[in-house]
Design a protein around this ligand. Sequence first.
Ligand SMILES: Cc1cc2nc3c(=O)[nH]c(=O)nc-3n(C[C@H](O)[C@H](O)[C@H](O)COP(=O)(O)OP(=O)(O)OC[C@H]3O[C@@H](n4cnc5c(N)ncnc54)[C@H](O)[C@@H]3O)c2cc1C
Length: 469
Amino acid sequence: MDVLAEFRALLGSAHILTGNDAAPYLTDWRGLYCGSALCVLRPATTEEVAKIVGLCADQDIAIVPQGGNTGLVGGAIPGEGQRAVVLSTTRMTTVRKFDPESNTVTVEAGCILQTLQDYCFERGRLFPLSLGAEGSCTIGGNLATNAGGSQVLRYGNARDLTLGLEVVTADGQVWDGLSGLRKDNTGYDLKSLFVGSEGTLGIITAATLKLFPLPRSKITALVALADLARAVVLLCRTQALLGSGLTAFEVMSGDCLRLVSNCFPNQRLPFEAGPADAPWFVLFELSSNEEQDRAQDSLETLLSEAFEAEEITDAVPASSVEQARALWHLRESIPLAQSERGKGIKCDIALPVSDIAAFVAEMGAELSHVFPGVCVMPFGHLGDGNLHYNIVPSEAFGEDEIQASHDRLYEMVHDAVHCRGGSISAEHGIGQLKRHELLRYKTPHELSMFRAIKSALDHSNILNPGKLI
Ligand SMILES: Cc1cc2nc3c(=O)[nH]c(=O)nc-3n(C[C@H](O)[C@H](O)[C@H](O)COP(=O)(O)OP(=O)(O)OC[C@H]3O[C@@H](n4cnc5c(N)ncnc54)[C@H](O)[C@@H]3O)c2cc1C
């Protein structure tokens, strides 16, 4: 029997996609990568995943795990001409167990992040992972990329939220590590190894995740600022006043928000002309177990102190849930608005928070000197020291110029980040996009440990080859 016939016998024809049906699984969200595969497989159970891995191992077929395909580094797309299958988890969506006393939920890898957030919310619990692609990305993809998002400041990233995993390893065995224990010092922490491994060490089929009580009140506000250094001062002031009550602190250059309102005219900046021209904005969210009135008082204290210290030039506190949603929608529309401008460059960098303002000023000057007319539109999770330092096509420096200088632009930004002790991938991972960059910035010792781990867990290199290392 040929391998396609074996897959058909295992899953049924309806769950094996080829030709046009497979096409959406073979191109990434940004349209940067286009790959090829024997077929797309859509298993419904862990046992089916294990059998697929066993068959592929026997026939030396590469397996590219895929969740929502919202990754930004080409990790879920097979290479061109690779003898590979895409293993889509989108049918594995069951919530296996909700345990409010332990504050945990056990869910299959293909569950959409927003579906899980809603499921937990309806039962009085918060699953705090939150990102712009939450309506499409999956829990498996979130864990495989160790996703960050807007609430890392308070709740941590995907790895911090993971208590246990179920994984199909490269030899087709199932590792059941779904314990859900908060304390377990019995040797190497295998789950932490699989989280962030981008499908190169195992296929995550389910996870036990941390939940939190729902906050009683939530306040969102957008403020305008004269420069980025003031945003850092405001961050420190807010943390000193509210501690862990600060759940999100998102910085956006003014150009980012004006691009959103130009691209999507129904999304207006909630400011008059003057403040709407501000060079920087911060969107922050405070969560608390106090009543809304008390939380509102804290916000008023914060804003009046910040005005007095001339940290902010204007402020719009959301007066309703709908207005808070509209402010978040502005922030979350930035990647889409930037994509509308054409193919640019996304540098997902992390730096010590105290270095960020100086980095942006110096890097901007250096890039403009080498590439006159270059347009940088940074935004990101300032509280985590994570900036999306994106270079967007402009009239003076368009898509063609960016593509022609692609390697040099990355090199300039990443070298500067590396020199300051930063990271060239804060939350999107390495995938195909930054594979060569990784070789440039990791030490030979680090790379040899990476290779030893890969070879120990996937000796034949069938799991997502050509990604990460
Ligand atoms: C508009 C927009 C906003 C975004 N904002 C953020 C953000 O704020 N923070 C952030 O961290 N990311 C962000 N991202 C990137 C992306 O959404 C995340 O990386 C997300 O976690 C990917 O999930 P996915 O299900 O789409 O994974 P995919 O794109 O399908 O896959 C991503 C990687 O994980 C692997 N993988 C997928 N499922 C599994 C599995 N079950 N087992 C093993 N490996 C698997 C794939 O092989 C691939 O290497 C954003 C993306 C978009 C388009």
